[in-house]
Write a protein that binds this ligand. Structure first.
Ligand SMILES: [Zn+2]
Length: 264
């Protein structure tokens, strides 16, 4: 379900209602989808359908027996129907959809005796469900004003070098996965990974700057400097707050800054 939630977050980027789905076979994710109705202007571009199609392609078969479909929101009639047609074994969803859910809310398609296949299903309880519900309730407003910064991904031709440098400053990476690693700071995070398009020193170090909010910019700056951080600019005052600029061995810049007031 964590993977489905991750997929749901991607839908936020194009102002689609954040719904994510994954198909799992033998403990491995074989298909991922997020709602792309607005992005693709396609009424059928639901997370589940996209994940089912990808799973069929990955496995090279349309019958998705021995597969489970995880989705953040109760599937609609179309998607529940697709799960039946795909012979999915198990459907797990995080949050019921009283308006359109076709598993338990407005219809019970998966339990329909007349159909020739009946996927088992269950509703998730606990924190993942709460997270999914929170995302569903988040208003998607015009112009992306409700969007929230969630992180930066930085490519490098030498991940080991950057990992050693940032571990010195921030401790061991909070997560590592498939050659990528990163640190979470509150709701946002920074991630690094190998990228064959990146060669040597960044020619325009100012083009990407990742920021860290701190109510004690000068204190954090002193700590990072002592830990071996490369200083670009000592803390200076700006707009009533403090900013300090640092860099890493690839010459990527990052800044410490006082919390900025969020525009209403
Ligand atoms: Zn659907």
């Amino acid at each position: 379900m964590a993977a489905a939630l991750q997929a749901a977050r991607q839908a936020i980027e194009h102002e689609d209602v954040p719904i994510g789905a994954v198909v799992v076979h033998d403990g491995i994710v074989v298909g991922t989808g997020h709602n792309a109705r607005e992005l693709d202007r396609d009424p059928t571009a639901h997370a589940e359908l996209i994940a089912l199609r990808e799973a069929a392609k990955t496995l090279g078969r349309w019958r998705l027996t021995d597969c489970a479909l995880y989705v953040t929101l109760e599937p609609c009639a179309m998607c529940a129907g697709a799960a039946v047609l795909a012979r999915i074994d198990l459907v797990v969803f995080a949050t019921p959809d009283p308006k359109a859910g076709a598993v338990q809310s407005v219809a019970e398609l998966l339990d329909l005796g007349a159909l020739n296949h009946h996927p088992k299903w269950r509703v998730l309880r606990g924190s993942r469900r709460e997270t999914a519900r929170g995302m569903q309730d988040r208003p998607i407003t015009e112009g992306g004003r409700s969007m929230k910064f969630n992180g930066v991904l930085i490519g490098t031709d030498d991940p080991g070098k950057l990992k050693a440098y940032y571990t010195k400053l921030f401790g061991k990476p909070g997560w590592e996965d498939g050659g990528y690693f990163g640190w979470q700071f509150g709701d946002a995070g920074v991630a690094f990974g190998a990228h064959d398009q990146v060669k040597g020193k960044n020619q325009q170090p100012g083009r990407v700057i990742w920021g860290l909010e701190s109510s004690d910019v000068k204190g954090e700056f002193a700590r990072l400097k002592a830990a071996g951080a490369t200083v670009v600019r000592e803390p200076y005052e700006m707009g009533g707050g403090w900013i300090a600029t640092l860099s890493d061995p690839d010459n990527n810049y990052f800044q410490l800054m006082s919390p900025m007031p969020t525009p209403a």
